[in-house]
Every structure is written in C-alpha cells, then in structure tokens.
Design a protein. Structure first.
Length: 201
C-alpha cells in the first residue's frame, strides 16, 4: 500500500535535506500533517521567503537580505579594515562573530575545493577574494578559517599560494579545532582559542 501522492511528495522533499533519511523524512512529514494550518502556512512562507528575499553579499558572499546588500558587516566602517577572515559558509561566519573576539571583515567562499565532487576554484568565491585584495591596499592580513578536513586543508593551501605573492600576511586558525571538526559546531571557547592562536602559513 502506498501513501497518498501529497504525503509521498512531502516525504520526498524532506528526504532531500542533508542528514535526513527516509524514516526521518516520513516522521517529519507526518509531524507536518499534525501542525495547525497557521503553522504550516508560516512554515511555507518562511521557506519561500528564504529563496526570494535573500541573496549573497556582493562584497563578501555572506547571506543577506536583498534590501541590505552589501551586508551589515561590510557596511560597518568601524570594523578593522586591515583583516579579512575567510570562511566556508555563512554559518561559519556567524560562529566566529558570536565569539565577540574578532572585529575585522569576512569573506565567505560558499564551498571548498573538492576534486572528488568536481568542485574547482571557479566554483567557489575565490576570484572575488583576490580582486578584493588587489583593490584594497589596507588589507594586511587574511585569516583562513576552514574546517580541518582534507578539502578544507587543500583550499587553505591553495589560497595561501595565491595570496602570499601580494605581500599580505596569511594566517590560519590554530589547531584548537580538532581534525574533522566543523567550525559552526565548535564551542565558543575553542573558537576563541583558535582565533587568538592562529599561525602564519
């Protein structure tokens, strides 16, 4: 016996989310059926708005409202303009920002190099970083804060090779982050230690 088409499609939609298998997707679908009409409508509006109302900052690549581009951090002239913190995604930027110990600018790659997945330098936000560095002589240090994974390490070394000839100091997070740890899952103390103990590449 099969589920009605509407619930089957809902299960299929939930299954596309990362980390959600068929059983979890089925559970979420039936939970959604039990929600009030207002909650379901609000949920649907939130999903739709996340695609229609948001964009990536034209300067740093952080997720921002289409009405706030460039983003609030890029627009904040009180921030330290001499440092740019390179992260993989917007969640990582928020994790660093929530430590309240870093007051410079950011650059979000929106991915890392991954030959196995066919993702090269042209597929992530690298070109705009290099252009940004050449256009802003006030930048003295680039801090690379990518995950301690094979892809993160490869991307870190690739960026260091691109940036070093410009004379800009290139540093990375200290190994307060254990191998395999995602930046956005690390606790604030670990992130603070990693930021403060960064080393030059």
């Amino acid at each position: 016996m099969q589920y009605p088409e509407a619930i089957s499609k809902l299960i299929e939609s939930y299954s596309k989310l990362p980390g959600i298998g068929r059983k979890s997707a089925t559970r979420l679908a039936f939970y959604t059926l039990g929600m009030s009409d207002d909650d379901v409508k609000n949920f649907a509006r939130s999903l739709s708005a996340s695609k229609s109302d948001l964009t990536f900052c034209r300067i740093c690549g952080f997720i921002t409202s289409k009405d706030d581009d460039p983003c609030v951090i890029c627009s904040d002239e009180s921030r330290d303009q001499s440092k740019i913190f390179v992260v993989e995604n917007s969640q990582d930027e928020m994790a660093i920002e929530n430590t309240h110990d870093y007051h410079g600018l950011y650059h979000v790659l929106n991915g890392v190099l991954s030959p196995m997945e066919g993702r090269g330098p042209e597929d992530i936000n690298i070109t705009s970083l290099i252009t940004r560095l050449s256009d802003h002589s006030e930048v003295k240090e680039v801090i690379i804060g990518l995950d301690a994974s094979t892809e993160g390490e490869a991307t870190t070394l690739y960026l260091a090779r691109l940036i070093r000839p410009s004379g800009i100091k290139v540093t990375r997070l200290a190994r307060g982050l254990s191998v395999g740890t995602n930046v956005d899952y690390a606790d604030q103390l670990t992130l603070t230690q990693a930021v403060n103990g960064r080393t030059e590449i």
